[in-house]
Design a protein around this ligand. Structure first.
Ligand SMILES: Cc1cc2nc3c(=O)[nH]c(=O)nc-3n(C[C@H](O)[C@H](O)[C@H](O)COP(=O)(O)OP(=O)(O)OC[C@H]3O[C@@H](n4cnc5c(N)ncnc54)[C@H](O)[C@@H]3O)c2cc1C
Length: 450
């Protein structure tokens, strides 16, 4: 069956000109065309097909990443003077949505280089952008990783009321070098440097690690440290086996044992900036980008459902023309449209801190949590109800919905997860509150279980 086209899903109809330009829409159209032509037919191969064939997965990701790189999706926010596209945050969200429609994991991969560029831009580190940009903008893909989560917890880091008092990875200055010790879990993509040298992909740019110079200092001790991928003292576990995004975002334990890096590789340079950058450019921006990916994923699911229910009959009439089912489809579209509109609106607000406050403010963080949590609920509704509308065929591998169902779940849970999102929204609304017993726990040395 040839895929049907729906006017309301076309970039020129779905993206509001209140937030973007005609040129942004043209870029989104090019990315959509790439997704339709190259990613859609191979989306199941991104996880190695039914048999989870590692070689098939890596080859597929490698080849598709080459096309993604040609479009510049991995350097959307890199300034033009360094060879990037320098798109607005709103345009970047539109492209991220188009990518999420193809494959959630594959959309995450170029997000990693944009993520580290965002951190270096927020820290005003032109010297480091100059150092990393030639590789990012060159012919040949590079990836990168931001390492936040530790064995003692991930959501802890994303909890403003814990004020970074649970960070266990420690950086100490020794002459002109930082010496870093700690243990990170889950950051992706991670692993030995040569794991990322494929046919087209050139390699890994390294780890942007959140650590503290002094745990007693809470937010004032927090810094972001760049660790080259082959640094001495860095070691990795085998990749975790997981439900989805298996090769597009490989996750490992990372151990840092007396890792020495030059002093300049502490990214945040102004006192107190580290915590702000972690909130705005790492957590807030990643939640909003996740929201865009989830929006694209939900649209892809609705497209599958529309196709199937337009073909399948109930007593001589297509399923989607029976009112009970049409109402569910209408509900899916309603949630997707609102998810997108909120994302673009918030992307635009983040471009105007003079009107809406700094991206690291509780209000703006709460809004990023709102965007992600609503997008995750939309994806949950669409995958769940969509599968039910398709009956057993929705459950089968062949109809491609089950993969989206597995993939959306991590978009809901990473970066602190669904509960953290709700608490951030509440705290943005009526001010901070801490956990009962928290102060006593801190006095006793905040023994984080790991
Ligand atoms: C595919 C994948 C990719 C990932 N990529 C990265 C990455 O690139 N970098 C990185 O650093 N990490 C990454 N993670 C880790 C992820 O962000 C964390 O797992 C997540 O933040 C939740 O942390 P946790 O698993 O330690 O849950 P826990 O902290 O153990 O939480 C368990 C439960 O308690 C809740 N909870 C715990 N503490 C709090 C709190 N203070 N406030 C509110 N709720 C709380 C959680 O919401 C959850 O429901 C990735 C994980 C996966 C699966």
């Amino acid at each position: 069956m040839a895929a049907e086209q729906y006017k309301m899903f076309f970039p020129k109809y779905k993206y509001s000109r209140a937030f973007c330009s005609e040129e942004d829409i043209q870029i989104a159209i090019s990315v959509k065309e790439f997704v339709d032509k190259e990613i859609m037919p191979r989306r199941r191969d991104c996880e190695g097909g039914w048999h989870r064939d590692e070689e098939l997965a890596l080859n597929t990701i490698d080849e598709l990443y080459r096309g993604i790189e040609k479009l510049g999706v991995h350097i959307m926010n890199l300034p033009e003077k360094y060879g990037g596209l320098e798109l607005s945050p709103v345009a970047a969200l539109m492209i991220t949505e188009e990518m999420g429609r193809g494959d959630f994991g594959l959309a995450t991969l170029p997000g990693k280089t944009n993520w580290i560029v965002g951190v270096m831009l927020a820290a005003k580190r032109d010297d480091l952008l100059e150092e990393f940009a030639p590789r990012m903008a060159s012919d040949g893909g590079w990836t990168a990783c931001i390492a936040i989560t530790e064995p003692g917890g991930g959501a802890n880091f994303e909890d403003p009321s814990l004020s970074f008092n649970t960070v266990q990875t420690v950086a100490k200055l020794d002459g002109d070098e930082w010496v870093i010790n700690g243990h990170k879990r889950w950051p992706g993509p991670s692993g030995p440097a040569d794991r990322f040298e494929l046919k087209y992909m050139k390699g890994h740019l390294g780890y942007w690690v959140i650590a503290t110079t002094d745990i007693a200092k809470g937010p004032d001790g927090v810094g972001i440290f760049h660790i080259p991928p082959d640094a001495e003292g860095l070691s990795f576990s085998k990749p975790y086996e997981k439900m989805g995004v298996s090769w597009s975002d490989e996750n490992c334990d990372i151990w840092l044992k007396n890792v020495r890096i030059p002093r300049k590789y502490r990214i945040d340079s102004e006192p107190g900036d580290g915590a702000k950058i972690v909130k705005s450019a790492i957590i807030g921006s990643a939640r909003l980008n996740t929201s865009a990916r989830l929006c694209g994923l939900s649209q892809a699911v609705l497209e599958i459902v529309l196709q199937y229910t337009g073909w399948r009959d109930i007593a001589g009439k297509p399923v989607r023309e029976r009112s009970l089912f049409a109402a569910t489809i209408g509900e899916m579209f309603r949630m997707i449209e609102l998810t997108r509109t909120y994302n673009l609106n918030l992307g635009w607000q983040r471009m105007h801190p003079e009107l809406y406050g700094e991206p690291s403010s509780p209000e703006m963080m709460g809004k990023c949590s709102l965007a992600r949590s609503f997008a995750a609920d939309t994806a949950e509704f669409c995958t769940n109800k969509g599968m039910e509308l398709m009956g057993s065929y929705g459950y089968s591998y062949e109809y491609e919905l089950e993969k989206y169902m597995r993939d959306y779940k991590i978009g809901k849970m990473w970066l602190g997860g669904a509960h953290r999102d709700r608490l951030d929204i509440a705290q943005a609304l009526y001010g901070p509150f801490t956990w009962g017993g928290y102060k006593e726990w801190l006095r006793q040395g905040a023994a984080v279980k790991s």
